[in-house]
Write a new protein. Structure first.
Length: 76
């Protein structure tokens, strides 16, 4: 059982990394370090694909967290 949980955990972690990289490509190089537009508004409205990627990131991170806890409880 733990073997399958680890495989699913690895798949979710790779998917989470891929989604985060896709989000950072749209932000440009300044957005990678958190600088953005250097003093502009800190709030950005997400629309379309950007909003979809944001929601998928939240879902994958929640699934990763829950699956990590389940794995620790079952194995440890």
């Amino acid at each position: 059982m733990a073997f399958y949980l680890n495989i699913v955990l690895a798949i979710i972690s790779v998917a989470l990394i891929a989604i985060i990289i896709l989000q950072s490509r749209g932000a440009g190089l300044g957005g990678l370090g958190g600088g953005g537009d250097f003093g502009g508004a800190g709030f950005h409205v997400r629309r379309g694909v950007e909003r979809l990627l944001f929601n998928i990131t939240i879902g994958l991170s929640a699934a990763f967290f829950i699956l990590a806890l389940v794995t620790v409880i079952l194995v440890g």
